[in-house]
Design a protein around this ligand. Structure first.
Ligand code: ATP
Ligand code: SF4
Ligand code: MG
Length: 326
């Protein structure tokens, strides 16, 4: 088995707010291997973006990491001096967002912005940086890269802006790309093209991608493995095929039942009864127990750990803990 590139263990993030402590991540653990796309899925507010931001050390105040580890090639990033982590961020580990326009600087041309990042990371001269920028733009499927370098971000479509963001990440030598809902704001055809590009970069460059999405269709078509988040906790993870064919966790089963299918068109979505726990007061025991049809006493008291149920398929649910007595 390959060594993971990124290894997150028991990551805990809290926001100190006037209303009290918001428990955003409650012990997130997963691995990201070289050259794979790992889908991070879950309902709104479950901690997907906070997890992605944590990998780059970009959790906004008043949020802070209060426990756990984020290892990159074996080194715990949380223990690194800030300058060293900053060097990795935007270099080996990069992030793209739902709204690329907000991440690009409106007053500089694409060429100026790309040269800036390339020169900062590679110490190239101006001409070499420009040539390289054009080359990278071509590699992410941009037609006429020399012309694109002269444009301002607002002159490009959302899909092209997202390609520029991906190109910037690549020109800094990114090995890991955290993509937070990168296609949600795009129309369906462009969405598919960007996802194809990500799959292509995984295959040709061995890029590792953490693909954050709430769209299970996107996961099914794009991801090698999936991690399902619920209330800041990974409840199930495994190969995409195993998760879709034999999902084990009651939450994942509910989530998959909620996918709209063509045959269900016109019928309301099958939502999971109940609501996501309040981040201010997460329930004791299994975080899903107030909504779980199978919950029993143990679920209300003891938080389940992730246990392997099949090759590479892990579930955090007492139903699968055979050692324990029911
Ligand atoms: N700046 C903040 N201050 C207080 N709480 C925050 C802040 N940012 C995030 N949170 C809390 O952290 C939790 C996780 O938020 P996060 O943005 O990661 O969710 P998400 O899964 O990305 O949701 P979405 O699908 O809507 O993007 C939420 O409970 C949210 O309220
Ligand atoms: S641990 Fe208990 S409450 Fe939690 S998902 Fe499993 S059965 Fe349901
Ligand atoms: Mg989010």
């Amino acid at each position: 088995m390959k060594e993971p590139l990124i290894s997150v263990r028991d990551l805990r993030v809290q926001f100190q707010t006037y209303a009290g402590v918001v428990y955003a991540l409650n012990g997130v653990s997963f691995d990201l291997y070289p050259g794979e796309i790992l889908g991070l899925v879950g309902e709104t507010g479950c901690g997907k973006s906070v997890t992605g931001l944590a990998l780059l050390g970009l959790i906004p105040p008043p949020g802070q990491v209060v426990g756990g580890e984020i290892r990159y090639r074996g080194r715990n990033l949380l223990a690194l001096p800030p300058a060293q982590w900053q060097a990795l961020r935007g270099g080996k580990i990069a992030m793209i967002f739902q709204d690329p326009a907000a991440a690009l600087n409106p007053v500089f041309t694409v060429g100026e912005q790309m040269e800036l990042v390339t020169r900062r990371h590679r110490r190239l001269g101006r001409d070499a940086a420009r040539r390289q920028a054009a080359e990278v733009l071509r590699s992410v499927g941009m037609p006429e890269p020399e012309r694109i370098l002269e444009t301002y971000p607002h002159e490009l479509s959302g899909g092209m802006q997202q390609r520029v963001m991906i190109a910037m990440a690549l020109s800094c030598g990114a090995e890991v790309l955290v993509a937070d809902e990168p296609t949600t704001a795009l129309d369906v055809t462009i969405q598919a093209q960007i996802l194809d590009l990500l799959v292509d970069l995984k295959r040709t460059r061995g890029l590792s991608i953490l693909l954050i999405t709430h769209n299970l269709g996107v996961v099914a078509e794009t991801c090698d493995r999936v991690a399902v988040l619920y209330a800041g906790f990974i409840v199930e993870t495994g190969p995409t095929e195993a998760i879709f064919q034999a999902m084990k966790h009651p939450y994942t089963q509910g989530l998959l039942a909620a996918i709209p299918r063509p045959s269900h068109r016109g019928r309301p979505l099958q939502a999971i009864p109940g609501t996501v726990p309040d981040g201010l007061q997460p329930p004791p025991g299994c975080l899903f127990h107030p909504r779980c049809p199978f919950a029993w006493d143990r679920c209300r008291q003891e938080r389940p750990a992730l246990l392997e149920v099949a090759d590479g398929h892990q579930v955090a649910c007492h139903l699968y803990d055979r050692e324990a007595e029911r």
